[in-house]
Design a binder for this molecule. Structure first.
Ligand SMILES: Cc1cc2nc3c(=O)[nH]c(=O)nc-3n(C[C@H](O)[C@H](O)[C@H](O)COP(=O)(O)OP(=O)(O)OC[C@H]3O[C@@H](n4cnc5c(N)ncnc54)[C@H](O)[C@@H]3O)c2cc1C
Length: 485
C-alpha cells in the first residue's frame, strides 16, 4: 500500500488529488494537507470584487468532497519537508501544523511514499510597503480579499453617485509582479460597472503595470490572429483599454503605498507618484515558505527550493541571457531536482526563467513581469503528476509516461469585461504554446493558427459556463473526469 500526500487544495493540488483518489481507490492512501476549509474557484473572484457574485458562489467546503473521494483531509499548513526522514524514522515526511478549531496548532509528522507540493503562491504583500487589504490597497486574489475590495469599491461608487470624482488605480503592486491578466480583467469590470451606472464623467481609471509594453501579460506578449490579421497583444490590450476609457502607466515598478498615493520607479529611473481613491494592485508572488531538512536535520532548503521559495524541478536553471532562453529549459515532469518521489505542481514549481525580457532601470531596479502559471496549466500539471505517480504505484516502474511542458502546451484565457447575458463582454485569448518557441516558430514565436484573440458576448457566456463547469468538476460530481482541465 502506497501513501501519496498532496500539499495545497488549489487548482493544481485538488486536480491531482481527484485523479489519485479515482485511480488508486481504497488500495492506497491519499492525503490532502491544506489550511483553508474551502475550495475556491479563484478566477471568479473578479466577479466577487465587483459585487456580482458572493463568496459563497465561488467556494465550497472541502471536507464532504474529500470524504466522498476517500481522501484523508488534514486542515493544516505544511511547515517543512523531510524527504530523507530523520534520526527517528527513515521514511520521508512533512511536518504540518493544524489550523482547524479542534486541533489548532497541533504539530504532526505526516509520512509519505510520494509527495506533491501544490502550495501555490504566497501573496507577498510585505514585499511592497503599505500594499494590501491590511493597509491601503485592495486585492482580488482570494474571495475574502475580493469581498473586501467590493465593500471599498461600493463606497467609491456611492461617492460618485453623490457627484464626487474618484480615481481608480489597478495593476501590479511590485516591480516583479505577475498575474497581469487578473488585474486587467478587474479594471475592465470596474469600467463596465461605472459605465452601467452612467458615472464615467466622474471617474479617472488608471492601469499601472510593470510590463514594458501593454499586453505582455508575463508571457513576453504574443502575436495573435484577430479578424484575419496578425496583431501584437500590445495593440489588442491598448485598444481595449482605450475603448473602456482607461489610461495607462507602463514600465512602472510600484515600491511603496501610502494612503491615497502609490510611489513607483519607471524604467527611465524616475521616481514618480500617482494618487488614487481606490486601488487594487497585485502583490509579488513567492513560494509558500516551507523549509527542507535532510536526515541529520540540516537545512537543505537552498537545494530543494529556488531563492523565491518555489520548488526546483526538472528544468534547466543555468543562468543565461534572454537571447539564449530555450523552450526545452522548461520542465516536463515536475519531479524535484533532488528527490525522485517529490513533485511540485502549479505555481509551486520554480520556473527556469521568465518569458518576458528582463528589464532594469539605471538605478538597478528590475522592472518586468515574472512568468504566470494560469489555471489551465496548473490543472494539467496537477493531472500529469498524479498520472505518473499512479503509473509508478501500479506497475512498480519509475517512468514518466505523462509530460506537460508549458513550452508545448496551449492555454486559453478569458478576460471578462462586463457581466450580463446580453451585455456581458469578454476578451478571449488562446496561445499555443504558452512559452514562446522561437526555434520552432521563427516568425511569430507561437503557432499563429492557435494563437487568437476575440472580444464579444460569447466569451462572457463561456467564462460563466466555465465557472459552473469547473465548480461541478471540483465537487467530483458524476463524470467529473470528462471535463478537461
Ligand atoms: C483574481 C484572479 C483571477 C484569475 N483568473 C484566471 C483565469 O481567468 N484563468 C486562468 O487560467 N487563471 C486565472 N488565475 C490564475 C489561477 O487562479 C492560478 O493559476 C491557479 O489558482 C494556480 O493554481 P495552484 O494550485 O498552483 O495555486 P492555488 O490555486 O493558489 O492553490 C494553492 C493552495 O495551496 C494552499 N497552501 C498554501 N500554503 C500552504 C501550505 N504551507 N501548506 C498546505 N497548503 C498550502 C492554499 O491555501 C491553496 O489552497 C487567476 C488568478 C487570480 C488571483
Amino acid at each position: 500500500m502506497a501513501k501519496v500526500v498532496v500539499l495545497g487544495a488549489g487548482i493544481s493540488g485538488h486536480t491531482a488529488v481527484s485523479y489519485l483518489s479515482k485511480y488508486l481507490k481504497k488500495d492506497h492512501e491519499v492525503v490532502m494537507v491544506s489550511p483553508n476549509s474551502n475550495y475556491q474557484w479563484v478566477p471568479s473572484n473578479i466577479w466577487v470584487g465587483v459585487g456580482l457574485m458572493t463568496p459563497d458562489q465561488v467556494k465550497f467546503k472541502l471536507a464532504p468532497v474529500y470524504k466522498k473521494m476517500g481522501v484523508n483531509y488534514k486542515q493544516a499548513l505544511a511547515v517543512s519537508i523531510h524527504p530523507e526522514g530523520d534520526t527517528e524514522q527513515k521514511q520521508g515526511f512533512v511536518t504540518i501544523k493544524y489550523v482547524s478549531e479542534d486541533k489548532k496548532d497541533t504539530i504532526e509528522k505526516v509520512s509519505y511514499d510520494y509527495l506533491i507540493n501544490a502550495t501555490g503562491p504566497k501573496l507577498n504583500f510585505e514585499g511592497t510597503e503599505g500594499l494590501g487589504p491590511k493597509y491601503f490597497t485592495e486585492s482580488v486574489c482570494t474571495y475574502d480579499h475580493a469581498s473586501h475590495a467590493w465593500t471599498k469599491l461600493k463606497s467609491a461608487l456611492e461617492k460618485m453617485e453623490n457627484g464626487e470624482k474618484q480615481t481608480f488605480l489597478i495593476g501590479t503592486g511590485h516591480p516583479l509582479a505577475t498575474c497581469q491578466g487578473a488585474a486587467f480583467e478587474y479594471v475592465l469590470n470596474i469600467a463596465f460597472e461605472i459605465k452601467k451606472r452612467k458615472l464615467l464623467h466622474l471617474a479617472e481609471m488608471i492601469w499601472i503595470t510593470n510590463e514594458y509594453e501593454l499586453g505582455d501579460f508575463g508571457m513576453g506578449g504574443a502575436y495573435i490572429k484577430r479578424n484575419g490579421y496578425v496583431t501584437p497583444t500590445k495593440i489588442f490590450a491598448e485598444s481595449i483599454l482605450k475603448e473602456y476609457g482607461i489610461r495607462w502607466i507602463k514600465r512602472a515598478g510600484v515600491q511603496k503605498i501610502e494612503k491615497g498615493v502609490a510611489y513607483f520607479e519607471n524604467l527611465e529611473g524616475e521616481h514618480k507618484t500617482v494618487n488614487f481613491d481606490f486601488a487594487m494592485l497585485i502583490p509579488g508572488f513567492a513560494g509558500a515558505g516551507m523549509k527542507a531538512f535532510n536526515k541529520n536535520n540540516e537545512d537543505i532548503s537552498a537545494e530543494v527550493f529556488a531563492a523565491n521559495g518555489m520548488m526546483k524541478v526538472d528544468a534547466d536553471y543555468t543562468p543565461k541571457p534572454y537571447e539564449e532562453w530555450k523552450a526545452e529549459d522548461w520542465p516536463l515532469t515536475y519531479q524535484s531536482v533532488k528527490y525522485d518521489n517529490v513533485y511540485a505542481a502549479g505555481i509551486a514549481f520554480a520556473p527556469p526563467h521568465g518569458m518576458s525580457k528582463p528589464m532594469q532601470s539605471p538605478n538597478g531596479t528590475k522592472i518586468f513581469p515574472t512568468p504566470p502559471r494560469t489555471g489551465m496549466p496548473s490543472g494539467v500539471i496537477g493531472k500529469i503528476v498524479a498520472q505518473n505517480i499512479i503509473h509508478t504505484i501500479k506497475t512498480g516502474k519509475i517512468e514518466h509516461k505523462h509530460k506537460a511542458s508549458m513550452a508545448s502546451m496551449g492555454a486559453a484565457c478569458i478576460v471578462s469585461a462586463g457581466y450580463g447575458i446580453s451585455k456581458g463582454q469578454a476578451a478571449v485569448m488562446t496561445v499555443n504554446p504558452i512559452v514562446p518557441d522561437w526555434e520552432k516558430y521563427p516568425k511569430w514565436g507561437r503557432n499563429i493558427n492557435d494563437t487568437v484573440g476575440v472580444v464579444g458576448t460569447a466569451g462572457h457566456w463561456m467564462k460563466l459556463f466555465m465557472h459552473y463547469m469547473f465548480i461541478y468538476k471540483a465537487k467530483a460530481k458524476p463524470f467529473w473526469w470528462l471535463i478537461p482541465e
